[in-house]
Design a protein around this ligand. Structure first.
Ligand code: 5GP
Ligand code: MN
Length: 343
């Protein structure tokens, strides 16, 4: 049995909308990850099983290693089909906002979503949700939005309508947001849910391989390069990875190739904080990814030094300037946070 994490009032409220709604749009954050895709497609499969007309719209492309996910071919990319997506968003009865807490996380879609007359529900696990949805299901202690989608469907009384495809998507989101159940994954109910998903016939080992073991040769070589140039700050229990635009060209970098790199230095003994700085020429900035183990608040550092935020152990931000300047800014941050890094 699962604890009733989601408030009953929210379940009742959404059930009312759900009973009346015909057209439902599901959206998630820019650069969708496994949980954005998993929660969105999982909810989509369920809603479609209840004869709803559902459209999943993402701000931009999702990585290739999620292309196998059932339903991914029908995902509408806002940056390519803006007009059609705008129409769907404006005509929807309900918009489900999944795995993000602030309108700025959906980039160019923010305005049309904000102004759409549709009823809006947020289902998310990031801290401090903005107030742009009537129903807010926000549970930062739950490790993935996909898990929340599972809980929502079950609480509405539809466990039996969860299909094999739906279960595959939910499992993918739960797995990716916990690094294959290696962090944020001590809640025993996660394993009860996995057991329920297995009862739908999913092959969890196969999903792991499809997501984590489908690297290209160039990605692996890029990883080797980035690790070779890694800087370890032993006095700060910290490691730093960087990737310039020039290096991206050298290694035939394509979007998604550096996914997960930031976690690797955490496998060094005593390293409790890891950063990955990648030059993003398209957006003319340095994208910052931060990870920590234990109590080090990388979201606080991201907010203070890189105009960002996120979770305690996984956060990110942006830096406008050169790579050298970004590294200098990072070193300043380390100086300031040294007491916490050594705690
Ligand atoms: P990643 O390193 O995978 O890109 O991001 C990890 C987490 O950090 C995301 O789930 C998100 O919560 C947060 N995050 C990443 N980039 C930003 C950003 O630019 N601003 C804010 N507020 N949060 C971010
Ligand atoms: Mn998530």
């Amino acid at each position: 049995m699962l604890t009733k994490v989601i408030e009953q009032a929210n379940i009742d409220h959404f059930t009312k909308w759900f009973n009346r709604a015909e057209k439902i749009v599901i959206i998630s954050h820019v650069s969708p990850d496994g949980d954005a895709m998993g929660s969105s497609l999982g909810l989509c499969h369920f809603l479609e099983s209840q004869e709803k007309t559902v459209n999943v719209i993402m701000p931009n492309a999702f990585p290739d290693f999620l292309r196998w996910m059932p339903g991914s071919k029908d995902v509408l990319l806002y940056d390519r089909y803006k007009e059609f997506a705008d129409k769907l968003i404006n005509e929807a009865d309900v918009i489900c906002c999944l795995d993000f807490n602030a309108l700025k996380r959906i980039d160019g879609m923010a305005e049309v979503v904000k102004n759409s007359p549709a009823r809006k529900i947020l289902i998310d696990h990031h801290l401090y949700p903005e107030d742009f949805c009537k129903i807010i299901i926000s549970h930062p202690k739950i490790s993935s939005t996909s898990e929340l989608v599972f809980r929502l469907i079950c609480r509405m009384g539809y466990f039996s309508d969860i299909s094999y495809e739906c279960a595959q998507c939910i499992y993918t989101g739960m797995m990716t947001d916990t690094g294959g159940f290696t962090f944020n994954s001590n809640n025993q109910e996660i394993y009860f849910i996995i057991s329920e998903l297995l009862s739908k016939g999913i092959d969890k080992d196969d999903i792991y391989r499809r997501v984590f073991n489908t690297y290209s040769e160039s990605r692996l070589r890029l990883m080797g390069h980035v690790l070779t140039t890694m800087k370890v700050f032993n006095d700060y229990n910290t490691a730093l990875l960087t990737l310039t635009n020039k290096e991206q060209s050298q290694f035939a970098y394509i979007k998604g190739d550096s996914e997960g790199f930031v976690n690797i230095p955490l496998s060094i003994k005593n390293v409790c904080f890891s950063a990955f700085l990648r030059e993003d020429t398209e957006k003319k900035m340095i994208k910052i990814s931060l990870r920590s183990v234990g109590t080090f608040p990388c979201n606080q550092l991201a907010a203070e030094f890189f105009n960002g935020g996120g979770h305690l152990n996984a956060s990110g931000g942006e830096f406008y300037g050169t790579m050298e300047e970004a590294v200098a800014q990072f070193e300043q941050a380390l100086e300031k946070y040294k007491p916490l890094l050594l705690a």
